[in-house]
Design a protein around this ligand. Structure first.
Ligand code: MN
Length: 506
């Protein structure tokens, strides 16, 4: 299991600093480094007599969390806040932090501490915890990223926790809340790491089984890829594509497990345990490379996915294809540009990759266009509080609106609209604008009229034709999927004093 080496001594500043520059491959401006050093010394002093369950000096934890934050290229204030993130619970006060480190860092530390307060115990608490997390997203996304990297390190040291019950509870929470959250923030690597770390505690037997099977199959697989890679390299060079990196990427245990569940535990149908990834300078090279691979080996129908033209809702972009390689072996290729690759690793955090000097004043609330849902969530959360919904209800609606599988459809202008699976043209209409929903007269999908309860699929072009005198119908509540549409329909019906609506209420 995890590395059980004891670290009795606290980590030193020089060791930390060395790691920091290794991870970020950059040198910090002197004032930035000074700030980080001050945070380091402050935290070291507060935690000096504390140990973790593993027996190691407590300081190893904030150091690991802060190095994780740094490797996501977050700004120096966030790196400092990561060092300080547990000090308020352990002897220091927010006032101290504000005095020493200023408003912004105190704000980040306070945010992380607030989210920490509630522990996962059944659905009510989970909902509350999640609600806090989303409030934090709305306030400053860096708080949530800190929470995620904090959880990552806690998962890595979960083996040291004395209670198996507790291990399971924390791992379950990681699987149900933190990993989906990392996914929605586009942080693919982090999500996969959290899932794999949680998997062994939540489903220990299944984990062992996958582990055993994978290690049995891997050597054969590797030998096979060793033959495939040079063929691809040669073909690309022949077409004058020279600047590329090609690498094999082992699929994560948890995603293999999920596939197995889908295919009745038939290993034969889990096509590959390894995918080949090709990273190139620009988009044209990506499509050219896809063509070259298809000229080498026939593609498997239905497995070509163009997430460049139609990115996933979390912003993920790549071309995917599975081809019948040598001996007819199905092999998956993932093709992307360097920028896309970076985004898929860092997700929303890659939006902080700006030089610190360019950072807008108080620019902590910056959210790229791809993550406009973060803003939507803020509004939604406010609505929810106004209507005084219960925690359970909130969790349910979150699961449906936020975590369940998504589809993406297009407006006639080609904008991508992200909706939950099973969404209808009415959900689409309310997503675009509440006025369009309220006055929807008819709906067209790929230029053909469809009924309002029609279930949309990814890639369809949806058009809503409005009529001034139309208004929502009570019937719509029976088939719409999003809370946004539901609450707006109720609202409008109430406002218009719909006889129908009040009759039903009695
Ligand atoms: Mn912590």
């Amino acid at each position: 299991m995890a590395n059980k080496m004891r670290h009795d001594a606290a980590p030193s500043w020089s060791h930390y600093q060395e790691k920091l520059s290794q991870l970020t491959k950059r040198s910090y401006p002197p004032e930035g480094l000074k700030l980080i050093k001050e945070a380091f010394d402050f935290a070291a002093e507060v935690h000096k007599d504390q140990r973790r369950f593993s027996g190691e000096a407590y300081m190893h934890h904030p150091v690991a969390v802060s190095l994780n934050a740094a490797s996501l290229q977050l700004d120096t204030k966030t790196i400092a806040a990561a060092l300080l993130h547990d000090t308020v619970e352990d002897g220091s006060t927010l006032r101290d932090i504000k005095k020493h480190f200023g408003e912004e860092i105190a704000f980040l530390v306070k945010g992380v501490t607030k989210v920490n307060k509630i522990k996962y115990q059944g659905v009510e608490r989970a909902a509350e915890n999640m609600r806090r997390m989303f409030l934090a997203i709305a306030e400053d996304i860096r708080i949530v990223i800190l929470k995620l990297v904090d959880r990552l390190h806690n998962m890595k040291t979960l083996w040291a926790l004395p209670s198996v019950e507790k291990q399971r509870r924390i791992a379950t929470e990681t699987l149900e809340i933190y990993a989906p959250l990392a996914d929605r923030l586009g942080m693919g690597e982090l999500k996969a790491e959290l899932e794999d770390l949680a998997f062994r505690y939540v489903h220990p037997k299944e984990y062992q089984w996958i582990q055993k099977e994978v290690s049995r199959k891997i050597p054969e697989r590797e030998a096979y890829l060793k033959n495939i890679i040079p063929i691809v390299q040669k073909a690309l060079r022949r077409e004058d594509i020279r600047s590329f990196e090609i690498s094999a990427r082992a699929k994560h245990h948890y995603s293999i497990w999920k596939k197995l569940l889908k295919y009745e535990k038939d290993w034969g149908r889990v096509l590959d345990l390894t995918a080949l990834r090709i990273v190139l300078p620009d988009i044209e090279d990506c499509y050219a490379t896809l063509g070259i691979i298809h000229s080498l080996w026939p593609p498997m129908p239905g497995r070509i996915k163009d997430y460049i033209a139609l990115p996933k809702p979390n912003g993920y972009q790549s071309l995917h294809t599975t081809v019948f390689c040598t001996n007819g072996k199905p092999t998956e290729f993932q093709i992307r540009t360097r920028d896309m690759h970076r985004e898929s690793e860092y997700g929303i955090a890659s939006h902080w990759l700006w030089a610190e000097s360019e950072k807008p004043e108080g620019g902590t609330r910056f959210v790229g266009k791809k993550f406009s849902w973060v803003k939507q969530m803020q509004t939604w959360q406010k609505e929810f509080r106004k209507n005084k919904g219960s925690g359970k209800e909130f969790l349910e609606s979150l699961k449906i609106d936020f975590f369940k599988d998504r589809i993406f459809v297009l407006t006639p202008k080609g904008d991508v609209i992200d909706l939950p699976e099973g969404a209808t043209p009415i959900d689409f209409a309310y997503h675009v604008h509440s006025e369009i929903g309220d006055h929807a007269g008819s709906a067209k999908v790929n230029a053909k009229l469809v009924p309002f309860h029609y279930q949309l699929s990814s890639g369809e072009v949806v058009e809503i034709l409005t009529q001034k005198n139309r208004k929502p119908s009570l019937e719509w509540l029976k088939f719409v999927k999003t809370s946004q549409a539901k609450s707006r329909i109720r609202h409008t019906l109430k406002e218009k004093g719909s006889v129908e609506y009040f009759k039903r209420k009695k």
